[in-house]
Write a new protein. Structure first.
Length: 192
C-alpha cells in the first residue's frame, strides 16, 4: 500500500439515468459513434456517451457499467476498434443487452474488431453490428427496437421511421426510372 488515494475519474456531465449508454474505446471513435447518438436523439431516447477503454481503463469501464446498470440503463452500446474487447467487457458485468460496433480504426480495417466483437464465448453474448457508420446507426436502431418491446410510443415511431425509409427507396427508384427514360442517367463507361 502506498497510502495514495485511488484515482477516481469523473463521469461526463450527463442525464443521471440514461436509458442507453454508448461506450467508446477512444475519443477517436466519436466521429463514427456520433451516428448512434444522433439516432437516439431522433427517437428521443435519453442517452450518454462515455470514453472508456476495455484495456487502458479496464477497472473504470467495469465500474461505470455496474453503476449504470444499477441506475437502470436498459441497453449498452460499445464501439471499439482493433482488438475490440469493449462490448465483451461490458457484457461480462451486466445482465442488460450489449450491442458491439466494430470500428475500422486499425490497419486491418475493422476485420479484427468485427471478429473480436462477434466471437464471444458461449454464455456471454453481445449483439454485433456491421463495421463503421452503418453499424453505429444500426446499433442505436436495435437499441430502440429492444426498448420498443415495452414502449408503444417508441414502436409507433419505429414504424414511422421504417415507412420513411421505404418512401425514400421508392422515390429513388422513381427518379432512376425517370432519368433513364430521358437519358439523363448515364450509361456505364464501356469496358477497356
Ligand atoms: C481501440 O483502439 C479504440 O476503440 C480505437 O478504435 C483504437 C485506436 O485508439 P486510439 O489509439 O486512437 O486512442 O481501443
Amino acid at each position: 500500500m502506498t497510502g495514495k488515494r485511488e484515482y477516481n475519474p469523473p463521469v461526463a456531465a450527463a442525464p443521471a439515468n440514461p436509458v442507453v449508454v454508448i461506450f467508446l474505446g477512444s475519443d477517436s471513435d466519436w466521429s463514427v459513434m456520433a451516428r448512434a447518438a444522433q439516432v437516439l436523439e431522433e427517437f428521443g431516447v435519453p442517452h450518454l456517451a462515455i470514453v472508456s477503454s476495455a484495456h487502458r481503463t479496464h477497472d473504470r469501464t467495469v465500474r461505470l457499467t455496474k453503476l449504470f446498470t444499477r441506475r437502470g440503463t436498459r441497453v449498452f452500446i460499445a464501439g471499439a476498434g482493433a482488438a475490440a474487447h469493449l462490448a465483451g467487457a461490458l457484457a461480462a458485468v451486466t445482465p442488460r443487452p450489449v450491442i458491439g460496433v466494430p470500428l475500422a480504426s486499425s490497419p486491418l480495417a475493422g476485420l479484427d474488431s468485427l471478429l473480436s466483437t462477434a466471437q464471444m464465448p458461449s454464455g456471454v453474448p453481445v449483439a454485433c453490428t456491421a463495421i463503421g457508420e452503418a453499424g453505429a446507426r444500426n446499433a442505436a436502431i436495435l437499441a430502440v427496437e429492444i426498448l420498443a418491446l415495452s414502449d408503444r410510443r417508441l414502436e409507433t415511431k419505429l414504424l414511422g421511421y421504417r415507412q420513411a425509409l421505404e418512401r425514400e427507396v421508392v422515390g429513388n427508384d422513381a427518379r432512376l426510372q425517370r432519368e433513364r427514360r430521358h437519358g439523363s442517367r448515364g450509361r456505364p463507361a464501356p469496358r477497356r
